[in-house]
Design a binder for this molecule. Structure first.
Ligand code: EPZ
Length: 419
């Protein structure tokens, strides 16, 4: 098992180029089977989630080759509409395959991806959206059998702006003759990136980034070369790490326009942030101020994927901060270990009250989910002594060697292998 050994007390000072986004690359990989031609994704981060999605594509008959950051997907051998059992549970994002498989085969069988560390992660909105396109769906002992032979374009309305469900319907409708409109669509930047990728392939989609997306079905799509957008959550994570260490960093390859909520919260805490085209410079104060409250919301609200990192830095701020996690029902797993390090966090349902303390003590802690693990690493950077973050494989799901990023910014972080 991998772990991060972090020696605290060093200011982050330096510059770093942010990786491209996992949550853009994953749906784009799924969408690559919507054509029979090859797709080349450039600048793909080296993440376990990316590798697992590649394995799923291979089991469906595609050829997948990763060379450094360049990922080639050749769907010519695509032959199966059946998602391999077990892989769905291994990778939640496998549900993104449902829409593209239906678009290609007009039928699909997938297993329920199941919950994960941060919540039950149901897929009712995905299935309800497909039913609104006249897909018939049967649940046969946990296997979802979809018959899309009578799929029709039309209006899909989401009760909640689900990111994955929005992406799935976009991909299910892109080859469907006629016009499909998604109402109450999710507005995340990664959905705009998926639209850009599909339109580059020859699709006719408009409205991504707003709550209404219109897909005009086309006859066929062609293979492309594409670079997924930069990762706003990784950028925000590194900014939070600099903020809590009184740091001064410059980040490049940053989707600045998609980080308004994150930057506003860090500025509320006393950070000075200079924005340029695709880069930011952050100067942190000696000690952060509390934020009055942080409510996670669908985009453009504050992103739930930054909640844990902001809680970590709030533990050392002056005064008291309040976090409300509105998106996932179980996303405070990091609070226990932060309190063991000396933080004063009180949880009550989806609300966390964080009373700032003067210092944290390094000790052995355990990552329980991707962003919670990153939060514990951030806390370790500011803690006295050494912090060991166990189960770093959670962090590897979304961060391309986070230890290298933090070290290049002046942190003392080593990856060690525990027996
Ligand atoms: C995407 O997950 C991201 N993952 C998540 O990032 C991110 O936290 C989430 O969007 C919200 O921004 C990828 O893009 C691969 P949702 P997704 O559907 O699509 C409920 C990370 O750390 N819901 O918008 O699964 C759901 O349970 C990961 O990088 C239903 O009830 O998110 C949750 O409470 C974590 N029924 C809420 O909606 C459904 O059918 C938001 O989920 C679908 C979702």
């Amino acid at each position: 098992m991998d772990a991060f050994l972090i020696r605290g007390g060093r200011r982050l000072d330096g510059e770093y180029r942010v990786q491209n986004a996992k949550n853009a690359a994953l749906p784009i990989m799924a969408a690559s089977i919507l054509t029979e031609e090859k797709t080349l994704l450039k600048g793909c981060p080296a993440l376990s989630d990316i590798r697992n999605m590649g394995e799923i594509l291979k089991t469906l008959g595609c050829r997948v080759h990763m060379d450094g950051g360049d990922l080639t997907i050749d769907p010519q051998g695509l032959s199966s509409y059946e998602m391999p059992d077990g892989l769905a549970k291994k990778l939640r994002s496998s549900i993104f395959m449902l829409g593209p498989i239906l678009a290609r085969f007009h039928k699909a069988t997938v297993t329920f991806p199941g919950g994960c560390e941060i919540g039950l992660r149901p897929i009712d909105l995905h299935l309800k959206g497909l039913k609104q396109l006249n897909v018939s769906i049967r649940n046969e002992g946990g296997v979802i059998c979809c018959d899309g032979h009578h799929m029709q374009p039309g209006n899909v309305h989401f009760d909640y702006p689900s990111v994955g469900a929005t992406e799935n319907i976009m991909m299910a409708a892109v080859l469907l003759k006629g016009v499909t409109t998604i109402h109450n669509a999710a507005r995340e930047p990664e959905i705009v990136d998926l639209q850009n990728f599909l339109n580059r392939m020859g699709a006719k989609i408009a409205g991504a980034g707003t709550d209404t997306i219109q897909i005009q079905g086309v006859y066929r799509l062609h293979g492309v070369e594409y670079t997924p957008m930069a990762d706003r959550i990784v950028a925000g994570t590194l900014m939070a790490a600099a903020a809590v260490t009184s740091g001064h960093i410059r980040l490049t390859n940053v989707p600045v326009q998609d980080m308004v909520a994150i930057m506003a919260k860090l500025e509320e805490m006393g950070c000075l942030i200079t924005r340029k085209q695709e880069e930011i410079i952050l100067r942190a104060p000696d000690r952060l101020r509390a934020f009055s409250q942080l409510q996670t919301q669908p985009h453009p609200g504050f992103p739930t994927d930054m909640q844990a990192q902001m809680m970590a830095i709030a533990t050392l701020a002056k005064e008291t901060s309040v976090v409300v996690e509105n998106v996932f029902e179980n996303r405070f797993a990091h609070a226990g270990d932060l309190n063991r390090m000396g933080a004063r966090i009180i949880l009550n349902g989806r609300t966390a009250v964080i009373h700032g303390v003067e210092g944290l003590n390094g000790l052995s802690v355990t990552a329980r989910d991707l962003r919670g693990g990153a939060a514990l690493a951030i806390a370790g950077l500011a803690a006295r002594g050494e912090t060991l973050v166990e189960k770093a494989e959670y962090i590897d799901r979304g961060y391309d060697r986070l230890e290298d990023a933090l070290c290049s910014l002046g942190g003392d972080v080593r990856r060690i292998i525990l027996p």
